[in-house]
Each structure stands twice: as C-alpha cells, then as structure tokens.
Design a protein around this ligand. Structure first.
Ligand code: BTN
Length: 230
C-alpha cells in the first residue's frame, strides 16, 4: 500500500478524503494542527506522537460488519503497545487506556453505498513521546511517560501496520475490556443508568443488564463511566 509521510498536516483523515484517487493508502503525519476525534471533538496531536490514517476501498463489505474494523484496529493498537511491555485495555468502543488513562483513540470514517461500505478511513492516534497538555494530563498518558524512555515512532508505526494486517476476533476485543461483569454508569445526555456490563455484540453494541433487563446500547447514543471515573 502506498505510504506518504508529512512533517505537519491538519488531519491525516482529512488528507485521505481530499486526495482519494481510488487507491488505498497510508498517510502519516509527525504532527497535526487540526487532529479530529470522535463526536466532533479535537485530538491534540503534538510532535512526537503517532498520527496515521489508512484509507481502504471495498467492493463487497457489508455495513453490518462495520464493527469488525473497530475490533481489528483496537486490538492491533493493544498488541503493538504490549510489545513494549505495557498492559493496555480497551475502553469501548475505541479508546485504548493504560492504567485507566487514555493513550490512543481511533476515528473511523466510512462511506456507504447502499448496504455496503465502499471506503473506510481509519485514523489512529497514539501518544508516544509527545508531551501532554495540562488540560489532558490527568486523563491521558503516553508510552514514554509509562516507561520513562523515548521511542522510535517509525518503528512503532511499522509494527502497528503489521498488526493491522491481521484478523482479530470479537473475543480478542472483549478480552481487553477490564470492566465486563462490573457495575458501570451508562450516560445518555442528562440521564445516567447504573448497569452491569455484560459484553459487546458483533455489531458493536454494549450489552448491559439494567434493572434486571438486558439492554443494548450503541456508542453513538451513550458513553460509559467506569471505576476510573472517565
Ligand atoms: C478519539 O480519541 O476521539 C479519536 C482520535 C483519533 C485521532 C487520529 S490521529 C490520526 C487521525 N487524524 C485525525 O484527525 N484523527 C485521527
């Protein structure tokens, strides 16, 4: 796959969208000025971090399999970090944490054609050597902060790209969520439900027991608070 590397970009996801000639590609930036996160949030992307997007085109990828992209990405990020000796966990649906602090996030932007996904842009950000601004230092961490050394970001990228080629299962994904079976808060707008987290369905919904009843929540509708308070 064609790989392009920039010193600075606004957003690697946006670059893919604006330069789509029908070919798959990997776009890497050493720094982003307008890094984007999920739910319209920004993603602070200072020099020293890993910021990349993978754009893929599909002929026959059914919408109902969309969560497979999230599974493969989140598990590949975990496997990559594990290689350096840390113990990452997944915060459903797309964050990767170390000791309860966020080290990585994924922004997946799909294009649809009928009930198929025709294009998927998977944007991954991982805090490696970048310093964390005061507004996020209590809730975020970096590989460098966890292990007190500086890492070769290119080497992390190569390992991540290799891991992203592998196929992971829903079981690989759920085994990295450390609050399944526990009590969590499910937050929807102003409302908070106390729930017992049970699992994640193949289509990516969080399965919980609320007041004795099984319920499934989509990540577009709710967010989750665990014992870490995030
Ligand atoms: C999140 O945590 O909300 C998702 C963050 C995704 C950040 C990555 S960095 C590379 C790619 N380009 C972007 O603008 N965003 C993603």
């Amino acid at each position: 796959m064609n790989k392009i590397i920039f010193d600075v970009l606004d957003s690697t996801n946006d670059y893919c969208k604006q330069n789509d000639d029908g070919k798959d590609m990997v776009v890497i930036a050493k720094e982003q000025t307008l890094g984007r996160g999920t739910k319209g949030r920004s993603f602070i992307s200072a020099d020293g971090g890993l910021y990349l997007s993978i754009m893929r085109h599909f002929n026959n990828f059914k919408v109902q399999n969309a969560f497979k992209i999230m599974i493969n990405t989140a598990v590949a990020v975990c496997k990559t970090l594990e290689n350096y000796g840390v113990n990452p966990t997944i915060k459903w649906p797309n964050d990767v944490l170390i000791n309860g602090k966020k080290i990585s996030g994924t922004l997946i932007e799909n294009t649809f054609s009928g009930d198929n996904i025709s294009r998927s842009i998977v944007g991954i950000g991982i805090n490696i050597n970048n310093s964390l601004s005061s507004e996020i230092e209590n809730i975020a961490t970096s590989l460098s902060q966890e292990l007190s050394k500086i890492f070769n970001v290119e080497e992390v990228i190569e390992l991540l790209l290799k891991n992203l080629e592998k196929d992971y299962t829903l079981q690989d994904y759920t085994s990295k969520i450390d609050w399944l079976g526990k009590t969590i808060n499910v937050i929807s707008g102003e409302k908070t439900l106390i729930a017992t987290a049970k699992g994640v369905s193949q289509d990516g919904r969080l399965i919980c027991i609320v007041d004795g009843k099984e319920m499934a929540f989509s990540s577009a509708e709710v967010s989750v608070r665990t014992q870490y308070g995030k």
